[in-house]
Design a protein around this ligand. Structure first.
Ligand SMILES: NC(=O)C1=CN([C@@H]2O[C@H](COP(=O)(O)OP(=O)(O)OC[C@H]3O[C@@H](n4cnc5c(N)ncnc54)[C@H](O)[C@@H]3O)[C@@H](O)[C@H]2O)C=CC1
Ligand SMILES: O=C(O)C(=O)COP(=O)(O)O
Length: 526
């Protein structure tokens, strides 16, 4: 039974799902050294923001197949290191969207009405109505940095409260912003015009310290900033300074450069600052959502099925993936086949998407072909996660072309692979029932389903040659399941493709190559 280590508090609904297929050990708050020590035993890790999965932990996790982040941000996982090792990293992109958006809105209103300090004051026995006079958000300008899932929900709610919306997100179209009632502006304008600024961007090298002394200096003295995204996007020392100097009116933070926050100039400030301990995703609903979402993906991967929200497999919606799945199988089979025909190291791979296939998203098909191509050398170590990197590191040149006008079949895939001494090409398609057919080998038309054991020959089309190969195989007790010859001209060059029931015994290939007219022979295992 596979083993899953749960390193952070996860809702029981997720644990129940994992327990159906794995031994689940819950060990939260482990010191790094402890985690390093036990991680080699585990097939999967399930984490939240509390655990840092560093390159060292990934290196030590010799059995790891998947790291599941029950939440959105994967900045606490060394994703490139996981990718290199073929470990899938999944998250729950939508499970806590509403929770995080509501936290940002709650903080915005808390800031504008001094709720936390007013509450504390009453609890302290005071009645300070004058001290806590607030401001309205109605008709004020909200600047949203990052108009993705959370930013969009904040926009909708803020719009309903009568706020004017501006946004900075270089990856969002003006049409999408328009739909949300947002005007797209650049970062400088957003800093200058906003009464409230809310951050909903991932932590990346580009967004680290995006809000710094220089940008804070552009804000209105009455403006307030909210960060429910990630610590480190705001320079905390610069923010504390801006608040202390009255350069800006307030800030509410849920996330910090280092968590738990500990000692910080921010904790010494007054009612202009509200600090919460990374609670954005901490609602009952969100915790069930993310736990179930990620546990299901871990379960599926452990059962050999694909994950729907892998962050290190090229982005594809599950529905699209489902539709493409037969083509991925085709690409993988052809990649494996052509690599065995080349025999040697493959230096370049041309991938031609033809007919209907040319209209599909090509990246997953390219990756599937590379996975197939590399599986001869890397076996189960290559997967959809690391196939591209492995190919790149081996210096394999990948060229992709598409031609929708080629329509012998509904859609077909042609792979041409070149090695130091040999070059081969194979074409394949899918029949109506999704079955794979190899339709061309080295330019010769055939129609063969892939088989576990196959024999491919190149020969001169002449009488008797097929019989000779047949009896030779018979003399070695090899049972032929099917045999086909493809040729372009009578008595010219031809290919013969045999599917056989067992692996070819030692020595038989040499005998086949001795048959007059045979130019080349390859065994293939698929
Ligand atoms: N406080 C908490 O507990 C939670 C925090 N989060 C954080 O919120 C972030 C946003 O989450 P979602 O909205 O679900 O992600 P998302 O991927 O749907 O949206 C992120 C948006 O940021 C934009 N973006 C990326 N780089 C940018 C840049 N340099 N400048 C401006 N915009 C940029 C993207 O185009 C995208 O539209 C997450 O990355 C996560 O770190 C998410 C959930 C809970
Ligand atoms: O989903 C995210 O990105 C979050 O920041 C939530 O973090 P958490 O799972 O509550 O530790």
């Amino acid at each position: 039974m596979p083993k899953v280590l749960v390193c952070d508090p996860i809702d029981q609904a997720g644990i129940d799902i994992l327990s159906q297929v794995a031994q689940v050990d819950i060990k939260t708050g482990l010191p790094v050294e402890e985690l390093m020590k036990i991680v080699p035993e585990y097939d999967a890790l399930m984490i939240r923001s509390g655990t840092r999965v560093t390159a060292d932990i990934i290196e030590a996790g010799v059995q790891l197949k998947i790291i599941g982040r029950a939440g959105v941000g994967v900045d606490n996982v060394d994703v490139p290191a996981a990718t290199r090792k073929g470990i899938i990293v999944v998250n729950s992109p939508e499970g806590n969207t509403i929770a995080a958006a509501e936290q940002a809105l709650a903080l915005m209103l808390s800031l504008s009405r001094h709720i936390p300090d007013a509450n504390q004051s009453v609890k302290n026995g005071q009645w300070e109505r004058k001290k806590f006079v607030g401001t309205e958000v109605y008709k004020k300008t909200l600047g949203i940095v990052g108009l993705g899932k959370i930013g969009s929900h904040v926009a909708a709610a803020a719009k309903a409260m009568g706020m004017k919306l501006i946004a900075f997100d270089p990856f969002i179209s003006a049409e999408r912003a328009d739909q949300l009632g947002c005007r797209l502006v650049d970062m400088d304008v957003l800093m200058q015009e906003s009464d409230y600024i809310t951050l909903h961007i991932p932590k990346t090298p580009e967004t680290a310290n995006l809000i710094n002394a220089e940008s804070l200096a552009k804000m209105k003295p009455t403006a307030r900033i909210i960060n429910c995204a990630r610590g480190g996007i705001i320079d905390e020392a610069a923010l504390a300074e801006a608040l202390k100097n009255g350069q800006i009116a307030g800030a509410a933070l849920d996330v910090y450069a280092s968590e738990p926050l500990g000692e910080s100039p921010l904790t010494e400030l007054g009612k202009e600052v509200i600090l919460t301990p990374h609670l954005g995703a901490s609602t009952t609903e969100a915790q069930v959502n993310v736990a179930v979402d990620v546990a299901e993906q871990i379960r599926d991967v452990l059962l050999g099925l694909p994950a729907r929200s892998a962050v290190n497999i090229p982005g594809l919606h599950p529905d699209a993936l489902e539709q493409l799945r037969p083509y991925l199988q085709l690409a993988e089979t052809l990649g494996n086949l052509v690599s065995q025909l080349v025999g040697d190291r493959v230096e370049s791979l041309n991938i031609h998407l033809q007919g209907e296939l040319a209209n599909n998203q090509s990246q997953p098909i390219v990756i599937a072909a590379l996975k197939g191509l590399l599986s001869r050398a890397l076996r189960e170590r290559v997967n959809y996660v690391n196939a591209s990197i492995e190919a790149q590191e081996r210096g394999i040149r990948v060229i992709e072309t598409r031609d929708a006008s080629i329509c012998d079949y509904k859609g077909s895939l042609l792979l041409q692979a070149k090695g130091p001494s040999e070059e081969h090409e194979v074409t394949g398609t899918l029949l109506g029932d999704g079955e794979i057919r190899i339709t061309m080998v080295d330019g010769f038309p055939i129609n063969v389903p892939p088989n576990q054991h196959m024999l491919f020959t190149r020969h001169r089309d002449m009488p008797g040659i097929i019989g000779k190969i047949g009896s030779l195989l018979g003399s070695f007790n090899v049972n032929i399941a099917s045999m086909q010859v493809g040729r372009q001209i009578v008595r010219g060059d031809a290919v013969m493709v045999l599917t056989i029931d067992d692996p070819l015994p030692e020595g038989i290939l040499e005998e086949i190559l001795k048959v007059a007219g045979i130019r080349d022979a390859n065994t293939v295992m698929l």
